[in-house]
Design a protein around this ligand. Sequence first.
Ligand SMILES: Cc1ncc(COP(=O)(O)O)c(C=O)c1O
Length: 497
Amino acid sequence: MSLLTDELLPPADIPEFSSYMRSHIRGAELHLYNESAELRKCSPEQMLYHNYIQAGSPHGPALYAVKGEHWNGICPAFLDFINNFKLKREYMGYAECGYGIQRHRSFLRHLIINEHQLQQQNTTHRLDIDVGCLAMTTRMAMYDLAKVAYKYSREHFPNHTPVAVVPTPAWDYRGIFKELGYKIVYLPIRPENSWQPNIVEWSAIINEIKQDPQQHIALAVSNPQHNPTGMQWPIEVTEYLLELCASEKSYLLIDDAYYNVHDPRIPITNTLKAILNLFNKNNGINHLTQSGMFNRWVATRPFGKQFSCNTMGVAAITTSPILLRQLARESWINRYHCNTHNAEIMCSWLAQPESADWTVETGLMYTRQKERVKEKLVNQMGWPKTSVCIGPSTSYMLFEVPQIYQNTTSGIDKFRDDLFYATGTMICASLFNQAAPAPFVRLHLGSHPDIIDEILRRWQMAGLNYHQPSQFSSDELLYSPLPKQTFRETICPDPTY
Ligand SMILES: Cc1ncc(COP(=O)(O)O)c(C=O)c1O
């Protein structure tokens, strides 16, 4: 029988479910349930979920904190805005330009200039930026860039293997570049260096590639508000990568996905501005521009993270007019251009003052949630302070897997699976961590505090501890339910209250 009927929602009289929890439960059902055994194999999360509901959801509804999705965190004012928005006929139909209609590109250009404080940029015409409005996942813009860079590398270095240098841990850049034929070389970010890139270590890795006559660094990635550590990278890191790309004739991706997903009390690193300042040095006559680098960088800014609506898929793509044209050409080869109506909604929303209010509120909310989880892990579940990583940016935090999982083959994934079967809570394992320099898992904090608290409660009930003496025994735990949450039933004993 399908789970997709409303009868399968928990009955309305169960007090422990807030409306946010209900949205989360329903969202998890809608997104994780899959009747096709074959399709499920594409998603470890759907496989886990299937086993869990087959066992009767022993610990309560499955709770999800894996990717930046949580099905209850969309900015409420934005949801109201969408529900009241009236679309017009003229936004329906393919877009002729894959990087947005002029109206949306002009709007996003203003927004990027304002939010990155580029008003004073003394740009010569030659160094003017263009801003595309991509109405789909930015992963597609990264594909377009990867193809442009790949062709360039093959043309200029025909006997070399194109290499993409990407940070690790990081978002899954590898998945894009590897498919296209790049060799991936990882630049590690380590806890010992406070989770910041170590340029000395990176240079040693990069020098090895440079000395190999069969390899060409075709593309490098910077992610200045870094997923998953939440740390901000100093400008010098992106400058280092920019200089590298200029000298090696490579392309630079500046993934600014979390630029405005940030603790508003901590100054934000404005990488785009810093990079443009470098291009503009000496009135635009400098080694960077002379190397042709101005036509080999892109900064991507999807808005799904800022308003917790990844499903909308609208992003600003800032680059030179020439590279934007090249990306648009690749885009035509891959797809027809839909979703202009989503771009219209997003641009209209970004023009509302409420969108700025939310950006501040959500940054504070993530900060509070990170501190709360860290406090619980450290004070009540045995984690050393240094084994929990929270930074001022993004909606993510990292923590080390319990010691008992650290020396097991595939221990990170095993911990994710065991924890899910033991508690019904799903976190992110090796997806972002393929070449992990350290055994950490990632937790997404976008959900309402109610959901985060229930996740923490179940962890404690199941005996999760950094020093736990044995691994969770998944089979057993799947069939021994944890006690249910009761605080909403007991907090207010006076029935007249
Ligand atoms: C660092 C980073 N870059 C890019 C993306 C992709 O964003 P989009 O949804 O626009 O593809 C994500 C999504 O989580 C991300 O974390």
